[in-house]
Design a protein around this ligand. Sequence first.
Ligand SMILES: Nc1ncnc2c1ncn2[C@@H]1O[C@H](COP(=O)(O)OP(=O)(O)OP(=O)(O)O)[C@@H](O)[C@H]1O
Ligand SMILES: [Mg+2]
Length: 295
Amino acid sequence: MLRIDKVAGRDTLMESEIPFLKVFKKGKVREVYELGAYLLIVATDRLSAFDVVMKSGIPHKGVYLTKQSSFWFKFLNQKGYLTHFVTDDIAEMAKLTGEKRLCDLPWLKGRAMLGKKAELVPVEAVCRFRVFGSAVPALKEKKWIWDAPEIDGEIKEGALIKNGPIFTPTEKSETDDKISFEQMVKIVGDKARAEEIKNKTVEIFRIVNDHAQKTFNFEIADGKIEWGLHGNELMLIDETFTSDSARFMPDKSKEFFRSWLKDHNLKGQAVALPDEVAMAVADLYAAQCRAMRIL
Ligand SMILES: Nc1ncnc2c1ncn2[C@@H]1O[C@H](COP(=O)(O)OP(=O)(O)OP(=O)(O)O)[C@@H](O)[C@H]1O
Ligand SMILES: [Mg+2]
Protein backbone atom coordinates (compact mmCIF):
# COMPACT_ATOMS: atom_id res chain seq x y z
CA MET A 1 0.00 0.00 0.00
CA LEU A 2 1.24 3.48 -0.81
CA ARG A 3 2.39 5.11 2.42
CA ILE A 4 3.53 8.71 2.56
CA ASP A 5 4.29 9.99 6.07
CA LYS A 6 5.03 13.50 7.23
CA VAL A 7 8.48 14.03 8.74
CA ALA A 8 9.28 17.54 9.91
CA GLY A 9 6.28 18.63 7.82
CA ARG A 10 7.62 17.05 4.62
CA ASP A 11 6.21 14.17 2.56
CA THR A 12 8.28 11.03 3.15
CA LEU A 13 7.68 7.92 1.03
CA MET A 14 7.71 4.83 3.26
CA GLU A 15 6.10 2.35 0.84
CA SER A 16 5.43 2.45 -2.86
CA GLU A 17 2.56 0.86 -4.72
CA ILE A 18 2.23 0.44 -8.47
CA PRO A 19 -0.95 -1.59 -8.94
CA PHE A 20 -0.35 -2.25 -12.64
CA LEU A 21 3.17 -3.71 -12.19
CA LYS A 22 4.33 -6.99 -10.70
CA VAL A 23 6.69 -6.75 -7.72
CA PHE A 24 10.14 -8.22 -8.46
CA LYS A 25 11.59 -7.62 -5.01
CA LYS A 26 11.03 -5.39 -2.01
CA GLY A 27 14.34 -4.58 -0.31
CA LYS A 28 15.08 -2.65 2.83
CA VAL A 29 15.25 0.66 0.99
CA ARG A 30 14.30 0.04 -2.62
CA GLU A 31 11.27 -1.63 -4.18
CA VAL A 32 11.78 -3.24 -7.55
CA TYR A 33 9.05 -3.90 -10.13
CA GLU A 34 9.00 -5.89 -13.37
CA LEU A 35 8.56 -3.64 -16.37
CA GLY A 36 8.66 -5.57 -19.63
CA ALA A 37 12.24 -6.60 -20.27
CA TYR A 38 13.40 -4.16 -17.60
CA LEU A 39 13.22 -3.53 -13.87
CA LEU A 40 11.81 -0.36 -12.35
CA ILE A 41 13.82 0.44 -9.24
CA VAL A 42 12.02 2.77 -6.82
CA ALA A 43 14.07 4.33 -4.03
CA THR A 44 11.82 4.96 -1.01
CA ASP A 45 12.73 7.33 1.82
CA ARG A 46 13.28 4.45 4.24
CA LEU A 47 16.50 4.36 6.23
CA SER A 48 18.24 1.19 7.31
CA ALA A 49 21.27 0.84 9.54
CA PHE A 50 23.04 -2.29 10.75
CA ASP A 51 20.55 -4.27 8.62
CA VAL A 52 17.48 -2.90 10.45
CA VAL A 53 14.89 -0.62 8.82
CA MET A 54 13.95 2.42 10.93
CA LYS A 55 10.33 3.19 11.81
CA SER A 56 10.47 6.63 10.23
CA GLY A 57 12.13 7.85 7.07
CA ILE A 58 14.18 10.74 5.71
CA PRO A 59 12.40 13.31 3.52
CA HIS A 60 13.55 13.11 -0.14
CA LYS A 61 16.23 10.50 0.62
CA GLY A 62 15.15 8.31 -2.31
CA VAL A 63 15.45 11.28 -4.64
CA TYR A 64 18.96 12.12 -3.42
CA LEU A 65 20.02 8.47 -3.77
CA THR A 66 18.61 8.23 -7.29
CA LYS A 67 20.46 11.41 -8.35
CA GLN A 68 23.76 10.13 -6.91
CA SER A 69 23.45 6.66 -8.47
CA SER A 70 22.34 8.01 -11.84
CA PHE A 71 25.31 10.35 -11.99
CA TRP A 72 27.87 7.59 -11.39
CA PHE A 73 26.10 5.07 -13.65
CA LYS A 74 26.12 7.57 -16.53
CA PHE A 75 29.76 8.39 -15.78
CA LEU A 76 30.71 4.69 -15.81
CA ASN A 77 28.65 3.99 -18.94
CA GLN A 78 30.69 6.70 -20.66
CA LYS A 79 33.89 5.05 -19.47
CA GLY A 80 32.79 1.86 -21.24
CA TYR A 81 31.49 -0.23 -18.33
CA LEU A 82 28.28 -2.16 -18.79
CA THR A 83 25.80 -0.96 -16.15
CA HIS A 84 22.10 -1.68 -15.66
CA PHE A 85 21.20 2.02 -15.91
CA VAL A 86 18.82 2.89 -18.75
CA THR A 87 17.16 6.12 -17.64
CA ASP A 88 15.84 8.00 -14.61
CA ASP A 89 13.45 10.08 -16.71
CA ILE A 90 9.87 8.90 -16.30
CA ALA A 91 8.64 10.21 -19.66
CA GLU A 92 11.47 8.32 -21.36
CA MET A 93 10.65 5.17 -19.36
CA ALA A 94 7.02 5.42 -20.45
CA LYS A 95 8.10 5.82 -24.06
CA LEU A 96 10.59 2.94 -23.96
CA THR A 97 8.25 0.49 -22.28
CA GLY A 98 4.88 1.72 -23.55
CA GLU A 99 3.71 2.01 -19.91
CA LYS A 100 2.24 5.53 -19.95
CA ARG A 101 0.54 5.11 -16.55
CA LEU A 102 3.95 5.73 -14.93
CA CYS A 103 3.44 9.41 -15.69
CA ASP A 104 0.32 9.47 -13.49
CA LEU A 105 2.21 8.72 -10.25
CA PRO A 106 3.40 12.08 -8.90
CA TRP A 107 5.24 10.53 -5.94
CA LEU A 108 7.44 8.50 -8.33
CA LYS A 109 9.17 11.49 -9.88
CA GLY A 110 12.91 11.66 -9.22
CA ARG A 111 13.07 8.35 -7.39
CA ALA A 112 12.70 5.80 -10.17
CA MET A 113 15.36 4.21 -12.33
CA LEU A 114 14.84 1.87 -15.25
CA GLY A 115 17.43 -0.91 -15.17
CA LYS A 116 18.33 -3.94 -17.22
CA LYS A 117 17.52 -7.14 -15.36
CA ALA A 118 20.46 -9.23 -14.18
CA GLU A 119 21.10 -12.56 -12.62
CA LEU A 120 22.48 -11.53 -9.25
CA VAL A 121 26.07 -12.38 -8.24
CA PRO A 122 25.56 -12.94 -4.48
CA VAL A 123 28.61 -10.96 -3.41
CA GLU A 124 28.93 -7.40 -2.12
CA ALA A 125 31.98 -5.99 -3.87
CA VAL A 126 33.37 -3.88 -1.01
CA CYS A 127 36.52 -1.85 -1.61
CA ARG A 128 38.51 0.32 0.83
CA PHE A 129 40.90 3.28 0.50
CA ARG A 130 40.76 3.82 4.26
CA VAL A 131 39.97 1.63 7.25
CA PHE A 132 36.65 2.37 8.86
CA GLY A 133 34.07 0.45 10.86
CA SER A 134 34.52 -3.31 10.99
CA ALA A 135 37.83 -3.05 9.11
CA VAL A 136 39.51 -1.57 12.23
CA PRO A 137 38.98 -4.57 14.58
CA ALA A 138 39.55 -6.97 11.66
CA LEU A 139 43.05 -5.51 11.24
CA LYS A 140 43.82 -5.08 14.94
CA GLU A 141 42.75 -8.61 15.78
CA LYS A 142 44.61 -10.03 12.79
CA LYS A 143 41.39 -11.26 11.16
CA TRP A 144 42.12 -9.51 7.88
CA ILE A 145 41.49 -12.12 5.17
CA TRP A 146 42.37 -10.09 2.06
CA ASP A 147 45.41 -8.49 0.38
CA ALA A 148 47.64 -6.93 3.04
CA PRO A 149 47.08 -3.19 3.49
CA GLU A 150 50.05 -0.82 3.97
CA ILE A 151 49.29 1.64 6.75
CA ASP A 152 51.63 4.25 8.24
CA GLY A 153 51.26 4.62 11.98
CA GLU A 154 48.36 3.52 14.12
CA ILE A 155 45.48 1.40 12.85
CA LYS A 156 42.51 3.61 13.62
CA GLU A 157 39.27 4.92 12.07
CA GLY A 158 40.12 6.69 8.83
CA ALA A 159 43.72 5.43 8.51
CA LEU A 160 44.82 5.60 4.86
CA ILE A 161 45.66 2.36 3.06
CA LYS A 162 48.66 3.40 0.96
CA ASN A 163 48.26 0.53 -1.51
CA GLY A 164 44.47 0.96 -1.62
CA PRO A 165 41.88 0.40 -2.75
CA ILE A 166 41.81 -3.12 -1.34
CA PHE A 167 39.04 -5.47 -2.37
CA THR A 168 37.31 -6.79 0.80
CA PRO A 169 34.16 -8.65 -0.31
CA THR A 170 31.27 -9.86 1.81
CA GLU A 171 28.64 -12.45 1.10
CA LYS A 172 25.28 -11.09 -0.06
CA SER A 173 23.12 -12.81 2.55
CA GLU A 174 21.16 -12.04 5.73
CA THR A 175 24.39 -11.68 7.69
CA ASP A 176 26.68 -10.14 5.02
CA ASP A 177 29.69 -12.11 6.32
CA LYS A 178 33.19 -11.14 5.25
CA ILE A 179 34.61 -13.60 2.73
CA SER A 180 38.11 -14.22 1.44
CA PHE A 181 38.80 -14.17 -2.28
CA GLU A 182 38.95 -18.00 -2.21
CA GLN A 183 35.49 -18.17 -0.60
CA MET A 184 34.24 -15.75 -3.22
CA VAL A 185 35.57 -18.00 -6.00
CA LYS A 186 33.44 -20.82 -4.54
CA ILE A 187 30.32 -18.63 -4.37
CA VAL A 188 30.80 -17.32 -7.92
CA GLY A 189 31.70 -20.81 -9.13
CA ASP A 190 34.30 -19.59 -11.61
CA LYS A 191 37.79 -18.33 -10.78
CA ALA A 192 38.19 -16.22 -13.91
CA ARG A 193 34.83 -14.52 -13.27
CA ALA A 194 35.77 -13.87 -9.63
CA GLU A 195 39.03 -12.28 -10.80
CA GLU A 196 37.13 -10.15 -13.29
CA ILE A 197 34.83 -8.95 -10.49
CA LYS A 198 37.79 -8.09 -8.26
CA ASN A 199 39.73 -6.30 -11.01
CA LYS A 200 36.78 -4.34 -12.36
CA THR A 201 35.70 -3.33 -8.85
CA VAL A 202 39.17 -2.00 -8.00
CA GLU A 203 39.34 -0.18 -11.36
CA ILE A 204 35.96 1.46 -10.86
CA PHE A 205 36.79 2.58 -7.32
CA ARG A 206 40.02 4.16 -8.64
CA ILE A 207 38.31 5.95 -11.53
CA VAL A 208 35.45 7.23 -9.37
CA ASN A 209 37.77 8.32 -6.55
CA ASP A 210 40.06 10.17 -9.00
CA HIS A 211 37.11 12.01 -10.50
CA ALA A 212 35.61 12.78 -7.07
CA GLN A 213 38.93 14.22 -5.86
CA LYS A 214 39.77 16.23 -8.96
CA THR A 215 36.32 17.51 -9.83
CA PHE A 216 34.31 17.55 -6.62
CA ASN A 217 36.92 17.79 -3.89
CA PHE A 218 35.89 14.74 -1.91
CA GLU A 219 37.35 11.26 -1.53
CA ILE A 220 35.79 7.84 -1.45
CA ALA A 221 36.82 6.22 1.86
CA ASP A 222 35.11 2.90 1.20
CA GLY A 223 31.96 1.52 -0.35
CA LYS A 224 30.26 -1.41 -2.02
CA ILE A 225 28.99 -2.08 -5.48
CA GLU A 226 27.03 -5.05 -6.80
CA TRP A 227 27.46 -7.06 -9.96
CA GLY A 228 25.06 -9.19 -11.96
CA LEU A 229 25.21 -11.21 -15.15
CA HIS A 230 23.48 -9.93 -18.26
CA GLY A 231 23.68 -12.83 -20.66
CA ASN A 232 27.25 -13.88 -20.12
CA GLU A 233 28.52 -10.38 -19.42
CA LEU A 234 29.29 -8.82 -16.07
CA MET A 235 27.04 -5.81 -15.45
CA LEU A 236 27.12 -3.23 -12.67
CA ILE A 237 23.71 -3.18 -10.92
CA ASP A 238 21.94 -1.84 -7.83
CA GLU A 239 23.25 1.58 -6.65
CA THR A 240 26.63 3.25 -7.05
CA PHE A 241 28.61 5.50 -4.72
CA THR A 242 25.61 6.84 -2.86
CA SER A 243 25.35 8.17 0.69
CA ASP A 244 23.84 4.76 1.57
CA SER A 245 26.47 2.59 -0.10
CA ALA A 246 29.75 4.48 0.40
CA ARG A 247 31.62 6.62 2.93
CA PHE A 248 33.15 9.89 1.76
CA MET A 249 35.83 12.28 3.05
CA PRO A 250 34.53 14.77 4.11
CA ASP A 251 31.72 12.46 5.06
CA LYS A 252 28.17 13.01 3.85
CA SER A 253 26.84 9.49 4.19
CA LYS A 254 24.79 7.23 6.42
CA GLU A 255 27.81 7.05 8.74
CA PHE A 256 26.49 10.06 10.67
CA PHE A 257 23.34 8.11 11.52
CA ARG A 258 25.22 4.93 12.43
CA SER A 259 27.27 6.99 14.91
CA TRP A 260 24.10 8.60 16.31
CA LEU A 261 22.61 5.15 16.95
CA LYS A 262 25.78 3.96 18.66
CA ASP A 263 26.06 7.13 20.78
CA HIS A 264 22.48 6.57 21.98
CA ASN A 265 22.91 2.83 22.57
CA LEU A 266 20.34 2.08 19.85
CA LYS A 267 22.48 0.02 17.47
CA GLY A 268 20.39 -2.79 15.96
CA GLN A 269 17.04 -1.27 16.98
CA ALA A 270 14.27 0.04 14.73
CA VAL A 271 13.71 3.58 16.00
CA ALA A 272 11.48 6.49 15.01
CA LEU A 273 13.90 9.36 14.45
CA PRO A 274 13.50 12.73 16.16
CA ASP A 275 12.70 15.32 13.45
CA GLU A 276 16.02 17.11 13.91
CA VAL A 277 17.98 13.88 13.38
CA ALA A 278 15.93 13.01 10.27
CA MET A 279 16.56 16.50 8.87
CA ALA A 280 20.27 16.31 9.70
CA VAL A 281 20.49 13.08 7.66
CA ALA A 282 18.45 14.65 4.82
CA ASP A 283 20.77 17.68 4.83
CA LEU A 284 23.86 15.47 4.58
CA TYR A 285 22.47 13.51 1.61
CA ALA A 286 21.52 16.79 -0.08
CA ALA A 287 24.98 18.20 0.65
CA GLN A 288 26.56 15.18 -1.06
CA CYS A 289 24.39 15.93 -4.12
CA ARG A 290 25.50 19.57 -4.02
CA ALA A 291 29.15 18.49 -3.75
CA MET A 292 28.52 16.51 -6.98
CA ARG A 293 26.70 19.51 -8.52
CA ILE A 294 23.52 17.54 -9.15
CA LEU A 295 21.28 19.56 -6.82
N1 LIG B 1 19.64 -4.90 -12.34
C1 LIG B 1 19.25 -5.67 -11.31
N2 LIG B 1 18.87 -6.95 -11.52
C2 LIG B 1 18.46 -7.73 -10.50
N3 LIG B 1 18.40 -7.32 -9.20
C3 LIG B 1 18.79 -6.05 -8.92
C4 LIG B 1 19.23 -5.16 -9.95
N4 LIG B 1 19.56 -3.99 -9.38
C5 LIG B 1 19.32 -4.12 -8.06
N5 LIG B 1 18.87 -5.36 -7.75
C6 LIG B 1 18.48 -5.86 -6.43
O1 LIG B 1 17.38 -5.07 -5.94
C7 LIG B 1 17.44 -4.93 -4.53
C8 LIG B 1 17.42 -3.45 -4.17
O2 LIG B 1 16.85 -3.23 -2.92
P1 LIG B 1 17.64 -2.92 -1.57
O3 LIG B 1 19.06 -2.60 -1.84
O4 LIG B 1 16.81 -1.98 -0.80
O5 LIG B 1 17.58 -4.37 -0.93
P2 LIG B 1 18.30 -4.85 0.38
O6 LIG B 1 17.40 -4.78 1.51
O7 LIG B 1 19.66 -4.23 0.43
O8 LIG B 1 18.37 -6.33 0.07
P3 LIG B 1 19.61 -7.07 -0.34
O9 LIG B 1 20.27 -7.42 0.97
O10 LIG B 1 19.06 -8.22 -1.12
O11 LIG B 1 20.41 -6.08 -1.17
C9 LIG B 1 18.74 -5.59 -4.09
O12 LIG B 1 18.47 -6.90 -3.63
C10 LIG B 1 19.56 -5.66 -5.37
O13 LIG B 1 20.50 -6.70 -5.36
MG1 LIG C 1 20.91 -3.27 -0.94
